[in-house]
Design a protein around this ligand. Sequence first.
Ligand SMILES: Cc1ncc(COP(=O)(O)O)c(C=O)c1O
Length: 449
Amino acid sequence: MNLTTESSIHLITAIPGPRSAELQKRREASVPRGVASVLPVFVRRASGATVEDVDGNQLLDFTGGIGCQNAGHRPPEVIAAIQAQLEQFLHTCFMVTPYAGYIQLAEELNARTPGNFPKKTFFVSTGSEAVENAVKIARHFTRRQAVIAFEDGFHGRTLLSLSLTGKSKPYKAGFGPFAPEVYRMPYAYCYRCPYSLTYPGCEVECANKLESMFKRHIEAEAVAAVVFEPILGEGGFVTPPAEWFDVVTKICRKHGILIIADEIQTGFCRTGPLFACERFGLEPDLIVTAKSIAGGLPLAAVTGRAEIMESPGPGGLGGTFGGNPVACAAALEILKAVDSLGLSERSEHIGRIFESRTKGWPGRFSLVGDIRGVGAMRAIELVKDRATKEPADVATQKVLAACHRRGLLIISAGTFGNVIRMLVPLIATDAQIEEGFLILEQALTEAAA
Ligand SMILES: Cc1ncc(COP(=O)(O)O)c(C=O)c1O
């Protein structure tokens, strides 16, 4: 079904098609179910904001590999840089014989991350690994052990990062015991305020509660760092009020506690500026990045104040594949693309389209409880009843399935599984964005019927 003659979507089979169905059977026999996929559609190739499956169906991608394709699938300059690096060398291990691309990328991130102070950067392969290392460094520098994380936060699936993650099913249930010395407090989730208050009258009570954590749970002198996503990703695209950052920063500074910002999902222009912290004037001591950093190659970084990053001694940090030369070459091109493609402006532009497109939705769809986000990091929270805010998780799955049937790849988020999140590549054309919204509207209409 083609929606318009210029549609990015071309479906020649039902979704999933027969080749995907065949692969799905093999997958079920060979891969554990714990590694779940949103839809059983197998990819043949991808380009820009579209994905072609093995049956030849052309799908519009509003997921970008969960936020890894802010610059689009396979930007030509990135592919050229990868190919050039392939001709040189693939791996020597930076810990054995280093190479220039790693240094150049570290210099770029040191210069471009928030905070006008000397910084240093090192690379690992995944977001979880970067989060783990940021905590390691913070502990080493402060000589303190405790870490404060937030409800509804997501920081990964390895032991320490999973311990920081604030969602039980499916991530934590059955996987304990977790790493010790992780303490948790509610996030600034205004739509579902944990204190039943309303902004701005609340005077960001949730941020001020940090002081009471020190009385009730762990003394401030034992806390190495506070770790948070500036805007929740997996937790449902929740943006705290700007004052939240000011209060948290003030309290952390007062007690010598480091701030670790997890920009793995928010980074690389997803929220408008290169990093979400810039929106709030936040200068974290350590910032972790991954996902869109290298256009889809596995790369993650920890960047931080030089004196903090220098704390661990030689050999204390690293990893065999960290800062792979091909991934570094891709990342350097991604940073150029941020400028040449104007990804920040594109992100804000997509945000404006989202706002104008969704303005009328609360009036049209009783399912729509909250519409939120900044830049191109936008989401819709669905509820059964606006007064009780009971999460409409089943309806959310229905809406997503209706989108998938029509060829729009889109995923959910949120602790209650009732948030539809948009992670469309920022290079998507206006026509593609409009087409995605049209499908989402049709899906909401279908779910409401
Ligand atoms: C905010 C955030 N932190 C950490 C991670 C973990 O990254 P990875 O899956 O690369 O280990 C993710 C992944 O979704 C994330 O969104």
